[in-house]
Design a protein around this ligand. Structure first.
Ligand code: SF4
Ligand code: SF4
Length: 438
């Protein structure tokens, strides 16, 4: 494990602000409940609901989840091609928590932090603090899946009956403590899948932490000054992953910018601009202006815009009602008195909102003949409370014409309509098959 030297500078200060905001959001969001009582954000796995901003989504709405993941993936491609591994250096939990662990390590051990001769009792305190941080972080992470209010009352009263989250809390806390306390940059270098394929998303125009080898090389040797690099090696000693950025773009570089701040201090002594900063390789090689618009960024940008637009359209036109109709397998369709075709269906309706719905069932043929529906509810009016699920069995009957009798099936449109809110309207196109005649 590498304990890199701390450094002050413009990038470090900006990263501290961004990381503070991200940590605040991460720790605060699970505690927020909206006036309706719904959580701001929670993936309720036993309840099969994903709560977000007052709405909730169910597994049957897989397209929305798919679009969400697609947008995440495309954003990663788009922003990496534009500004390199900004995620790694500025927002990745591995980086944010490494910085937090280092902060507390230095708070307790000061200059002895990371040194072999550090006083053992203080090292012990650091590890206790790290375990507490791991516990708090994992508690909040699980708070995205279970109510933190209930979790805290369970923990304080030691009553975990019927709960399983405390196993996860224990396992995640141990995993995080081991990761942040002992693995750290090794994960970025050898375990992170994103680090592996970041190079295919970036090109010579990506705006990334880069060393200006044209100005810097050949480095100063002893007192012989050739290029601007003074060979102070400060960029190396502050690097949390222990790499030398002067050797070019590497998988191990998490774009944290510490080397840029270090070089800035060093170069300021010589009244020069930092050799390491946000540059593009092409900018350094040919001095050309940075090209933000290029085929790669254009393609990723267009795909991202399309995915975001489609997701917004789907959300804006989303109907908060799920209707499933399954033919009753145990009862065959029948023709009664040679005139009425009768089908029986299992009907499952799910109010995917927090508001009450007053639903009316109806069905027509394609040529607009009304069908008779018999359900368990009077006049086929069904009231569903917010997030209520209702299972019903319905009979659908159609008066057959002579023409119908010659067909193998008759297509119909089954409709569930909210009596007050006309936008809550679900249509199912289903064929009513005629029983085989002997
Ligand atoms: S090379 Fe620089 S930007 Fe990359 S990880 Fe090391 S210190 Fe951070
Ligand atoms: S900090 Fe700057 S001057 Fe010092 S070795 Fe690194 S690149 Fe050279």
């Amino acid at each position: 494990m590498i304990i890199s030297r701390p450094i002050k500078g413009k990038i470090r200060s900006m990263r501290t602000i961004v990381q503070g905001i991200l940590l605040g959001l991460f720790l605060g969001a699970p505690w927020v409940n909206l006036p309706s009582g719904a959580p701001l954000i929670r993936l309720d796995i036993p309840g099969r609901k994903f709560h977000l901003l007052g709405n909730f989504y169910i597994p049957q709405e897989g397209l929305i989840l798919f679009l969400f993941l697609l947008i995440m993936g495309l954003s990663l491609f788009f922003f990496t091609s534009l500004i390199g591994r900004v995620w790694c250096g500025w927002a990745c939990p591995q980086t944010v928590y490494t910085d937090l662990f280092d902060f507390f390590g230095r708070l307790v051990l000061d200059k002895k932090y990371g040194k072999k001769d550090a006083p053992k009792p203080k090292v012990f305190i650091v590890h206790v603090v790290w375990i507490v941080i791991s516990f708090i972080a994992c508690f909040h992470w699980i708070g995205y899946f279970a109510s933190p209010y209930e979790m805290i009352s369970d923990i304080l009263s030691f009553s975990f009956k019927g709960q399983i989250y405390h196993y996860f809390l224990l396992a995640f806390t141990v995993a995080m403590y081991v990761d942040m306390g002992f693995v750290r940059e090794q994960f970025c270098k050898y375990g992170c899948p994103y680090a592996r394929f970041q190079t295919i998303m970036m090109d010579e125009h990506s705006f990334n932490i880069t060393y200006d080898f044209k100005r810097g090389e050949p480095r100063r040797q002893k007192t012989v000054k050739i290029g601007d690099c003074t060979a102070c090696n400060m960029c190396l000693v502050v690097c949390p992953t222990g790499i030398d950025i002067r050797e070019g773009l590497q998988v191990g570089c998490i774009a944290c910018g510490k080397c840029a701040d270090a070089c800035n201090i060093q170069m300021a002594k010589e009244n020069k601009k930092s050799l390491i900063d946000y540059y593009s390789l092409a900018q350094i090689e040919t001095n050309e202006k940075i090209k933000w618009v290029r085929p790669r960024t254009l393609i990723y940008g267009v795909l991202l815009t399309l995915a975001v637009s489609f997701a917004l359209f789907k959300l804006a036109t989303r109907v908060p009602l799920s209707v499933m109709m399954i033919p009753e397998r145990t009862i065959e369709p029948a023709i009664i008195d040679n005139t009425v075709l009768r089908h029986i269906f299992k009907l499952k309706m799910y109010n995917i909102s927090n508001d009450k719905q007053n639903l009316k069932l109806s069905a027509v043929t394609y040529d607009n003949r009304e069908l008779v529906i018999r359900s368990e509810s009077p006049e086929n009016l069904i009231d569903l409370d917010g997030s209520q699920i209702k299972d019903d069995r319905i009979i659908i009957e159609l008066n057959l014409t002579e023409n119908d009798k010659s067909m193998r099936s008759i297509p119909i449109v089954f409709t569930v309509q909210d009596e007050k809110d006309k936008s809550i309207h679900v249509e199912k196109k289903i064929p009513l098959s005629l029983p085989l005649r002997k």
